[in-house]
Design a protein around this ligand. Structure first.
Ligand SMILES: [Zn+2]
Length: 184
């Protein structure tokens, strides 16, 4: 009897475990230098830790369609994803005079689709002289878009990194084990 009970108890756990993987497929990530790529992943890992999901990073270009994940997202990197200052930088003063779009995620028929496009040039412009934080900033933006996908909402929080408008402080500040901001 003991063995039977254990088996019954173990089944839902195994199923639950399998449902906890998120495959993140990066498109055009070749230009991202090793250090920036590592920092971006670490930032996303930290911000999404409380989802309980294990993140698996893959390059779209290397995908052979042979891996199974519970959830999938495709993040396309646009522009020059290098930790070098952009030719043109935004005003350093806060709040920015001009708003720019750092990333977009596709919404169709009210559903948030798992496809995001992140604009590296705009992130570099937003950072100005703080370009050494490029990898982290990219991670904040990617985590923000993934949250829209995971929660299937375009809503924004009133505080924290899920606000609609972020500034360079939001993009460069490391906060360990952050709470997931509740979204409307
Ligand atoms: Zn957003």
């Amino acid at each position: 009897m003991k063995g039977l009970l254990l088996l019954v108890a173990a089944l839902p756990l195994a199923a639950d475990d399998a449902a906890r993987s998120l495959g993140i497929f990066l498109e055009h990530s070749q230009a991202l230098a090793g250090a920036a790529l590592k920092e971006m992943k670490s930032e996303v890992d930290s911000r999404l830790r409380r989802t309980g999901l294990t993140l698996h990073w893959r390059a779209v270009e290397e995908n052979r369609g042979k891996e199974a994940f519970d959830k999938l997202a495709v993040v396309s990197l646009k522009g020059r994803c290098i930790a070098r200052p952009a030719g043109q930088t935004l005003d350093d003063a806060l709040p920015f005079r001009k708003q720019v779009t750092l990333a977009t995620t596709i919404v169709k028929n009210g559903q948030v689709l798992p496809y995001s496009e992140v604009d590296c040039d705009q992130i570099r412009s937003s950072l100005g002289s703080r370009i050494s934080s490029f990898g982290r900033a990219l991670g904040v933006v990617v985590a923000h878009e993934l949250q829209h996908i995971l929660q299937n909402t375009v809503g924004h929080a009133k505080v924290g990194w899920m606000r609609q408008a972020l500034d360079w402080r939001d993009l460069t500040t490391r906060k360990e084990g952050q709470d997931l901001p509740p979204l409307p």
